[in-house]
Write a protein that binds this ligand. Sequence first.
Ligand code: FAD
Length: 320
Amino acid sequence: MANVLVVAEHQDGKLRKVTLPTITFGEQAAEVVGGEVHVLVLGHGVDAIADEVAKYGNVAKVHYANSAALEKYTAEGFAPVIAQVAEQVDAEIVAAPASAQGTDYLPRVAVALDAGMVTNAIKVWDDGGVRFQRPMLSGSVLETVEVTTPRKIAAVRTTDFDDAKEGDGAPVETVELGESRDDVEFVSMELVKSERPELTDADVVIAGGRGLKSGEAFEMLEEMADLFGGAVGASRAAVDSGYAPTDWQIGQTGKVVAPNLYVAIAISGAIQHLSGMKGSKVIVAINKDAEAPIFQVADYGLVADAFKVVPELNEKLKSM
Ligand code: FAD
């Protein structure tokens, strides 16, 4: 029987939200190949993550690769374990979030399994062969890809799938691991520490554009994000102008987000920006130009000077 293997993602002892829509993709892929969904958790001493992920979706088994060699992420360390488990569960499709980590190790898994790979998959179906759909050119073109190798690798664009619902609970089984590689050593990782949620996990994103004219002006956006318990994002023009750090960039060449609430402040709404946020549930735009294209995708629009209305909105939020 051909099955589907979904790789779970976690960070700082917490299951990353992107795992849940990837399980939903896995459920749809399992219908296509007529098999079961298996989930793989890699790490060291992350039993609680394995137990937590086992609660979600219609999953046959959670495989837990628990090893000191997997405590710190390296693509070279993770990829052989994923390939091993894919073979053990006879996975026709191996899926992981199209995150920084997923797109780092999946190509190595593809090489190990001699498998074809599709990135940013937003749909999977059978049309005499397993087909995937993926957006191109900022989402203005949808490409259909047929992967013809026996095993197939999919980096899933998680913003296009709902979170997996809580299910009946899957058994967790520890993976028997072979020899780990000793030719790759984890040295260090520099992470930007933030009290705010990760952009791609946040329920609320407050994003600013070049119209803010300085890094200091982003402080009022940070204040708004903190009042919502959300994250701060930026357009590429704001990042390129040095107003915001690179890891805040949203869009075609930045992160793809789909929060419940996206507030775009002084962002014009170029197609390359929209491709990173138009899946948001509710979009609010604040722009002083009533003709700005962002208003075409906004559910609520405020034609106003951001320097006047953002501090006012923050005061209102504080009094709520
Ligand atoms: P602008 O287009 O300059 O818009 C600024 C807006 O602020 C204007 O609408 C203006 O009316 C408004 N404004 C000014 N002052 C105020 C005020 N006081 N109050 C309220 N509103 C005000 N862009 C991305 O964002 N993400 C990407 O990933 C990305 N990738 C790209 C990839 C490629 C290959 C290319 C070619 C471009 C890419 N871009 C990307 C750039 C994109 O085309 C736009 O240039 C960029 O999104 C514009 O950013 P902006 O809206 O902040 O700036």
